[in-house]
Design a protein around this ligand. Sequence first.
Ligand SMILES: CC(C)(COP(=O)(O)OP(=O)(O)OC[C@H]1O[C@@H](n2cnc3c(N)ncnc32)[C@H](O)[C@@H]1OP(=O)(O)O)[C@@H](O)C(=O)NCCC(=O)NCCS
Length: 313
Amino acid sequence: MTEIVIRQMQEGDLPEADRIMRLAFGTFLGLPDPMSFSGDADYIGTRYRADPPAALVAEIDGKVAGSNFALHWGSVGVFGPLTVHPDFWDRGVARRLLEETMGIFAKWQVKHAGLFTFAQSSKHVHLYQKFGFWPRFLTSIMSKPVDRVMDANLVRYSELSAAEKEQAVEACKNLTGGIYGGLDLRKEIHSIDKQRLGDTILTYDGGSLAGFATCHCGAGTETSSGNCYVKFATALSGPGSAERFDGLLDACESFAHSQGLSHIIAGVNTARHGAYRNMIARKFRTDIQGIAMHRPNEPGYNREDVYLIDDWR
Ligand SMILES: CC(C)(COP(=O)(O)OP(=O)(O)OC[C@H]1O[C@@H](n2cnc3c(N)ncnc32)[C@H](O)[C@@H]1OP(=O)(O)O)[C@@H](O)C(=O)NCCC(=O)NCCS
């Protein structure tokens, strides 16, 4: 078997890595035109630019054969999209990419790692279990039309001064740390700001941070035209968190409306039962559902009392 080489992604790899990502998912899902997968969204370029050393490619005979991305959320690590060109499936390419990805997690000293995958695919579950990830609860990727326009009291991160931005990131870190020790979304906040992918919305209660949401807006981001994708959002934990979560979702919807977007997309792990029920009550409907796999096999922040949106895709 030809040698599989794993190396850091370079800017010049982006077109081929993007092509393989679409072809791989489109083929797996049986789309009539596999390359139409994910439309005008951009996962590869945006994740590469967010953290180039955490973007990996697999090479066979000097050609890109697959890629994967690690996301560093403080004590939590997430990876994806992991894709391999269909010509090379079942030859251990994903295994090699994952070995290297686990090395990155070890270097970051993450306490909890997770991924989102196809619950019906025994291949996917088998592959990840070999690396110590175990299936737990379903994650629902939901959406709803933007139709509630209220006067939400929100602050946009992009409009803050440099000093205020630093304070806001610190406050977000304290808020997430109260949910799961060391959980820190600063890289997502910075990436959205630097790449102008959307904005981070902050809500306040009596002067202190009540919640925040990292939102991708429209084409060329992790969502496509017309959508506001809430990649991560959470409300301060403790008494009143359900109400704060409600306020945060109002703020997201009001922000989406201000950007001229027609739909809001947000994923929630069903172990966060309160958050899941709240979203159903707000008329979010599930478009895609998959399984969250955790390493180690512990809840992490996927708990009943946690009012948080993310989907680990
Ligand atoms: C999922 C994907 C990344 C796997 O890549 P790959 O290079 O084919 O994976 P590997 O060859 O390293 O490993 C596949 C493993 O699954 C096993 N496998 C294959 N078919 C299987 C099945 N039906 N049931 C159980 N195990 C299966 C293989 O035997 C191998 O395990 P082994 O090494 O213990 O023998 C690739 O198929 C892909 O790009 N799919 C489309 C995109 C996608 O779904 N990405 C992942 C999203 S979470």
